[in-house]
Design a protein around this ligand. Sequence first.
Ligand SMILES: Cc1cc2nc3c(=O)[nH]c(=O)nc-3n(C[C@H](O)[C@H](O)[C@H](O)COP(=O)(O)O)c2cc1C
Length: 181
Amino acid sequence: MDALEALQQRTASPRLVEPMPGADELEAIYKAGLRAPDHGMLRPWRFLVVQGEAREKLGQIFVEAMQPESEEQRTKLLNAPLRAPLVIIAVAEIQEHPKVPPVEQISAVAAAIQNMSVAIHALGYSSIWRTGSVAFHDGVKQSLGFKSHDEIVGLLYVGTPTVERPIPENNIEDYFRNWMG
Ligand SMILES: Cc1cc2nc3c(=O)[nH]c(=O)nc-3n(C[C@H](O)[C@H](O)[C@H](O)COP(=O)(O)O)c2cc1C
């Protein structure tokens, strides 16, 4: 697929099933992620690739951290990682740097997620970038091996879409204007 076509036609898919990208395809997706811009070349990104039964363990981490009050909420958390065959957890491991504040390190990881989501689309699969309360919870970060000041920038759910979503219309003039000073 042409690069511009992939960029302009990527859509998120809330329902994702098998097949997921194979080993060579995943390597291509990871390479695309690692070509994100990165101020100071800090490489702040860490990616946890979660598939198969590990998704159930991730659901348990969500439950232990969030301490849901209802059975319905518990089931929702347990099932959350099962919404796709593959979940890539993208984390910014924040470093102290005189010129690169945390927001820029988080931005680099966000760019990596977007690069991967476009690559996933170009390979004929789909994804959805999700966060939610689990992404901001200290207990979840710690159970995954990170510190409180690190940021889970996104959970990228990856697989094959069950339905094609139409591409939302965008009016360029609503967002872009020439600025002449
Ligand atoms: C930082 C970030 C967090 C997001 N978190 C969620 C989320 O938790 N749940 C959700 O349904 N969509 C979330 N989204 C939005 C979807 O990824 C997606 O962009 C949205 O459904 C619109 O679809 P589109 O990307 O095809 O336009 C998030 C997007 C971003 C950039």
